[in-house]
Design a protein around this ligand. Structure first.
Ligand code: GLU
Length: 292
């Protein structure tokens, strides 16, 4: 049997903080405990927010923590062709459609419906579900708008995707930090509605590139924060639609700030670089995230 494969997959759109340190250290610790490999993946598809400086900072912080990863590092912005292939597969199966509504149009559409007393559903992140309007457009109307240069994203036709599946979907979730036990979790991708799969100018999205890379890199264990637990439903669905293997997951506790809220990338105090500059050692960081 081949060795288990773990990955730490930060986005270089800000500095690493204690939450990232915990995630990276836990991935490394678990990989070491079961004779696995540790990969580092830079998730930089959002070329407007990700910068080489942030990426350099990530590599610096991880090295300082003493984390070792395999080379080469996979940088998502260098693999758009792989994501485009996956998008084409979904498109051939008629599972994606061009969605033209702007944010303003979506808001107006929902406000109009809510004014009539109808409750508009939200996804697990609290974002309103995309209206079904564009799904009804004829193929000639779609072509006309695209030829005219109208901006659009590719969205998954959730209903069509779900009805193409033979059985309900589940994933394996570990139940403790040591990966001692696991349980099956039912995937509920329908809660997300017609999610964005790719943008016109970037042929991918977070979900599509994550499932593509996890499969291409042979990732067997996805260890990441609980904030991505609900997103796993969408990723399981895409794996199934694309015939990709499903890793096992552990969604770990989040490191909270002194105010009890999730850390953000703009929070200077819990930034690893600031802590290092203030004299903290890698051992201090382990203690702060309760991992030793
Ligand atoms: N790049 C994502 C983030 O920084 C993590 C993706 C994942 O672990 O699946 O939040």
């Amino acid at each position: 049997m081949s060795a288990p494969v773990f990955r730490f997959a930060p986005s270089p759109n800000g500095e690493l903080h204690l939450g990232h340190a915990y995630s990276a250290l836990l991935n490394e610790q678990l990989a070491a405990a079961i004779g696995g490999r540790l990969l580092l993946r830079i998730e930089d598809i959002d070329t407007t927010r990700c910068t080489p400086e942030f990426e350099a900072g990530i590599l610096r912080d991880l090295s300082w923590l003493g984390i070792r990863w395999e080379e080469p590092v996979r940088r998502q912005s260098e693999h758009f062709d792989a994501y485009r292939d996956m998008l084409e597969r979904l498109s051939r199966d008629d599972l994606v459609y061009p969605a033209f509504m702007s944010r303003g149009e979506i808001r107006a559409h929902i406000a109009e419906s809510e004014a009539k007393g109808r409750h508009w559903p939200r996804d697990p992140d609290g974002v309103p579900i995309y209206p079904a309007t564009d799904k009804q457009l004829s193929s000639s109307e779609r072509k006309r708008r695209i030829t005219e240069g109208a901006p659009f994203s590719w969205r998954l036709d959730m209903q069509a995707a779900l009805s193409s599946l033979p059985a309900p979907l589940a994933w394996t979730e570990f139940t403790d930090e040591g990966l001692g036990g696991s349980r099956a979790v039912e995937a509920r991708p329908q809660e997300w509605g017609d999610v964005v799969i790719a943008r016109r100018e970037i042929p991918t999205s977070y979900h599509l590139s994550v499932v593509t890379d996890d499969a291409l890199q042979g990732v067997s264990h996805v260890v990441r924060g609980r904030d991505l637990y609900a997103a796993t439903s969408v990723q399981r669905l895409l794996q199934e639609l694309l015939g990709l293997p499903a890793p096992a997951y552990f969604h770990h506790r989040l490191i909270l700030g002194p105010d009890g809220r999730k850390l953000s990338k703009s929070l200077g105090d819990s930034g690893l670089a600031a802590l290092r500059d203030g004299g903290a050692t890698p051992a201090d960081i382990r203690r702060m995230v309760k991992l030793w």
